[in-house]
Design a protein. Structure first.
Length: 285
């Protein structure tokens, strides 16, 4: 399922929990781990702005070289050492690489060089990263958060095809031995139905959406899966249910939400969920 895992770590943010979770998954799925340390260009740009008025081009270049050297030392002395210590005595294939650039661009570039099944990463909203990759990559992205339970919350809705999420959640629950809960949210802020091709319909009545949602829930229950139908804001209902069951992992699919409160444009659903959810999240993409 996750044969090759890419672990991108930005010079802006490092979480040791990402490495711990990577080893856990590698042992469960016989995975290869690939650690990519990205020295953020934005750091150098900010430094150059500060010193722009009183330093020469050669002096700026020397400053950048010093910053790069320090970042490489950080990777070698802290992150890579952590990885080697965590992986000690474990027969898990592991590779490491250091590159300089913009977080999302370098991840997308790496995906063109090798076949990966999962991106495993941390998340920190108080940094320069804008996390464009949530919307721009086509493979699953697992954000490591809190959670010690053995429970998975799989979120489906009228705003997604609801094909990948049920499949991947059942497979994960079976492999990990975790309990699975399925939540179907009828999003009352964006009353459309998204078909299996990810195409949004015209506006539907709430009754139509509830009927379709209940049909989905019935199908899940027939398979012996805990399933519940709710209505309201997709992101709010997701957070409420995750807190209620104390989820270890929340799985979210290709939700095509375009409208928010009072019909106002809605952007970056995945980022909003990541910012507010303290538990681990898997965007199935």
């Amino acid at each position: 399922m996750f044969k090759n895992i890419l672990i991108p770590i930005s010079s802006e943010f490092y979480s040791k929990n990402v490495l711990l979770r990577s080893v856990f998954l590698a042992e469960k799925f016989n995975s290869n781990l690939n650690l990519l340390y990205i020295i953020e260009e934005k750091t150098f740009n900010e430094v150059n702005k500060i010193v722009d008025s009183y330093r020469t081009a050669s002096e700026k270049e020397e400053t950048n070289k010093e910053l790069i050297s320090k970042q490489i030392q950080t990777a070698d002395q802290i992150i890579f050492d952590d990885a080697k210590l965590i992986l000690k005595d474990k027969k898990i294939p592991f590779k490491e690489k250091i590159i300089k650039g913009e977080f999302t661009d370098k991840i997308k570039q790496e995906l063109t060089k090798k076949q990966y099944d999962l991106i495993l990463m941390g998340f920190e909203k108080e940094c320069y990263l804008n996390y464009r990759l949530f919307e721009e990559v086509k493979i699953p992205v697992w954000i490591v958060g809190q959670g010690m339970s053995k429970k998975i919350l799989a979120v489906c809705s009228n705003l997604a095809p609801n094909q990948k999420v049920p499949k991947i959640s059942v497979k994960l629950a079976d492999t990990l031995g975790w309990e699975l809960y399925v939540l179907y949210v009828v999003d009352t802020e964006d009353s459309v139905h998204v078909n299996e091709n990810g195409i949004r319909s015209d506006t539907k009545t709430k009754e139509d959406l509830l009927i379709k949602g209940q049909k989905f829930i019935n199908e899940m229950k027939q398979k012996g899966i805990n399933a519940e139908l709710v209505q309201g804001s997709l992101e709010k209902q997701t957070l409420i249910k995750a807190e209620e069951i104390n989820a270890n992992l929340v799985i979210v699919g290709r939700e095509q939400k375009k409208k928010g409160i009072l019909g106002l444009p809605f952007k970056n659903l995945k980022k909003k969920i990541a910012e507010k959810c303290k538990y681990s999240i898997l965007f199935s993409n």
